[in-house]
Design a protein around this ligand. Sequence first.
Ligand SMILES: Cc1cc2nc3c(=O)[nH]c(=O)nc-3n(C[C@H](O)[C@H](O)[C@H](O)COP(=O)(O)OP(=O)(O)OC[C@H]3O[C@@H](n4cnc5c(N)ncnc54)[C@H](O)[C@@H]3O)c2cc1C
Length: 335
Amino acid sequence: MIYENYSLKKHNTFGIDCSARYFFDYENNAELYDFLRNDFQKDLPFFVLGGGSNVLFTKNFAGTIIHSRSKGIEIVRETSSDVLLRVASGEVWDDFVAWAVEHNLYGIENLSLIPGTVGASAVQNIGAYGMEAAQSIVAVRAVNVFTLEERIFSAEECAFDYRHSVFKTECARNFCITSVDFRLRKQGELLLNYGDLKARFERSEEQNLQTLRRIICDIRNEKLPNPEITGNAGSFFKNPIISQEEFTQLQQKFPNVVYYPAENGQVKIAAGWLIENAGLKGFCVGAAQVHTRQALVLINTGTATSDDIIALAQEIEYRVFQQYGVKITPEVLYV
Ligand SMILES: Cc1cc2nc3c(=O)[nH]c(=O)nc-3n(C[C@H](O)[C@H](O)[C@H](O)COP(=O)(O)OP(=O)(O)OC[C@H]3O[C@@H](n4cnc5c(N)ncnc54)[C@H](O)[C@@H]3O)c2cc1C
């Protein structure tokens, strides 16, 4: 369906009231191709939107929003050890995780309850509790919206990194993902080395995939505001990665700094700690606020505009840099 001057309020988890000149949603690839061939206005900007849980609309969108409602989980191949699944881009990510856990398939359980769609999971390389989508993705199918070229990106071509993939770069910016292939395992070890996951798991009567999913959902519900009630986009900032040298200096000044080892001897700093330790929990600009329980999350207390949220984010970036000399950047995409 194509809609004109369409409200995006229900299509972004910040709940920002803005609109798109054109909004096109489709249930299957045939509808998408038909639209791209006949109705797509190539001279206007376009944006592929999933669940809108990682975007901040800064103003009305003067072009076309393309939105997948295409659903389906197909078993492509099965061996004694694993299953290859093709999942449609519009499938709700957490419905897919629930399906996998129900079928005793390992590989994405720690990513339970992350909002959004399967298509975006590959764009973002979503991650939580020591697991990333990239560890299970084997290929991504996409179509170039201008040329209608269909392409299968291998996992290597996806160039996954921390909350990053080729789909965030110029070379794949014109592609709309139609489905993602995942290889999930029939047996596996559970990843419990995060926070109090292990302690909670060991206290449970039954110790299996289902238990782990339930515990992760419980922890997330305790820690994170529900976007259906309080507008937010999860972690607003990425955890900054700094050199060992910079880290040593930072740790001398701030011995309690929370950090994790990163690749190539670098160090990843918990952005939430930097913000909280700068005394910014609860800090407001207009109706935008740093969440009082989780400093990495910025919330819309009800009537926040995108300007409020941007001003709050800028103030946080400035104060964090002043205090620690560390630059933090948004994970959320400004559109
Ligand atoms: C409460 C909360 C908790 C969160 N927790 C986590 C977490 O633990 N870990 C984590 O990694 N993220 C987390 N997030 C962020 C968010 O859920 C993820 O980034 C998610 O993958 C976004 O999915 P989406 O469908 O909403 O994508 P959108 O926000 O709609 O889009 C995100 C990006 O993907 C692109 N995109 C979407 N669909 C397609 C497609 N079909 N083809 C091409 N490009 C596409 C968009 O253009 C955009 O660049 C959280 C968000 C919230 C609100």
